[in-house]
Design a protein around this ligand. Structure first.
Ligand SMILES: [Zn+2]
Length: 383
């Protein structure tokens, strides 16, 4: 099975840079500690075969970019960064489960809109430092050109038929198809389209995906939970507020069994993105930790792994965009939006912007953007 992937990969790879491939023992160690630490990867991946592959990539390392810089150049000259404002916001915010507010007269907290502001702020600052910056979206609109209606047929294939011949089961079936079609359009395929844009059109040196975390609502009451997901109703904020960053890794046995995931793992393993991801992820995590002074998030279970006790903010996790974007990719999750610590700051950030007032000194979106710039500079900057 693996050989087929290897051959396919060699033929379709655009050889931009070709350096010596990673050695089999290094690949084995990377799989054991990062890419599949909880899985029996030896039965799916042949590291000796992978070690025969030559490195192929469209992006450049910090050293390669620095080599091209002249003495008088700006600190980030030559660097091309793509920024991904996660999710969508706007009319899709409720359907994507990324909006809430505590009180009726509060501003809606919509992750997709907040991180777009952060991306625009970070872009302006990165450009003044000499970087080229591309945003994956510029408004609260889908990146995927296809609408939910385009996925009705596929959604119908994926939703099982009603179990009983009642009208209420029929309505539930219809709603399940609708929800699946919406999810395919605005979440799953939207993420795949972002990865395609990055790999085939933008081809940046690195991708940073911007998010703001949220915690499960502290309620056992089902109707309250539903109200929270539809963006209305009464909920209580949580105490926990923290920061973490994610890079690709931590595939399970089931994920290794999926052909497309194994193929994407091979690309990421052999193109050298792992080293730069650790450096950039560490630099961004450190910058966010210093700016926010928040503790590191923790994962329970085996869906993510802390890579080093020296860097408690950086985890490896198998998320679609982290896996599919071939260049070094880091996903940021600073703050818990529905926490006592962050909610008030988000409301103040939204209120000041809506009123056209000057931003607070500790404006949360500015703080986030500044930390992104500091992290990029620490990893790629001319010192
Ligand atoms: Zn998010």
């Amino acid at each position: 099975m693996l050989l087929r992937f290897v051959v396919g990969y060699l033929f379709c790879a655009g050889l931009v840079v070709s350096l010596s491939a990673a050695q089999a023992p290094e690949l084995a160690s990377a799989l054991t500690t990062r890419y599949a630490p909880y899985a029996n990867w030896q039965s799916e991946v042949d590291v000796d075969a992978l070690a025969q592959l030559s490195e192929s990539r469209y992006w450049r390392t910090a050293e390669e970019i620095a080599l091209q810089r002249g003495d008088g150049d700006l600190p980030l000259a030559g660097l091309h960064i793509a920024l991904d404002p996660g999710h969508l916001g706007g009319q899709w915010a409720a359907a994507e489960g990324r909006q809430f507010r505590i009180a009726e007269d509060d501003f809606y907290v919509r992750e997709g809109e907040l991180v777009l502001v952060v991306a625009q702020l970070a872009r302006a600052k990165l450009i003044t430092l000499g970087a080229r910056v591309t945003l994956l979206r510029e408004a609260a609109v889908r990146v995927n050109p296809k609408s939910p209606v385009d996925y009705l047929e596929l959604a119908a294939e994926q939703v099982s038929l009603p179990k009983e011949p009642s009208l209420s089961a029929l309505w539930a079936y219809g709603r399940a198809i609708q929800a699946r079609a919406v999810h395919l359009s605005i979440v799953k395929v939207d993420l795949m389209e972002r990865a395609r844009l990055v790999n085939r059109e933008i081809q940046p040196d690195a991708l940073i995906s911007l998010h703001i975390n949220a915690a499960a609502w502290p309620t056992e009451n089902e109707s309250e939970r539903e109200a929270s997901e539809s963006g209305s109703g009464k909920f209580r904020l949580v105490d926990v507020n923290n920061v973490h960053a994610l890079i690709f890794g931590c595939l399970s046995d089931d994920e290794l069994q999926a052909e497309n995931q194994l193929e994407q793992l091979v690309v990421k393993l052999t193109n050298g993105s792992g080293t730069t991801e650790r450096l950039l992820g560490g630099a961004l995590a450190t910058a966010l930790a210093e700016a926010t002074e928040l503790p590191a998030a923790r994962y329970q279970g085996n869906n993510a792994i802390l890579l080093s006790s020296q860097q408690p903010y950086l985890f490896a996790r198998n998320l679609l965009l982290l896996r599919m974007a071939e260049c070094p990719t880091v996903l940021l999750e600073p703050y818990v939006a529905n926490s006592f610590g962050a909610y008030g700051r988000l409301q103040s950030a939204l209120a000041n912007r809506a009123a056209g007032r000057a931003l607070a000194k500790d404006d949360i979106l500015l703080q986030y953007a500044d930390a992104v710039v500091a992290g990029v500079r620490a990893c790629y900057g001319q010192e």
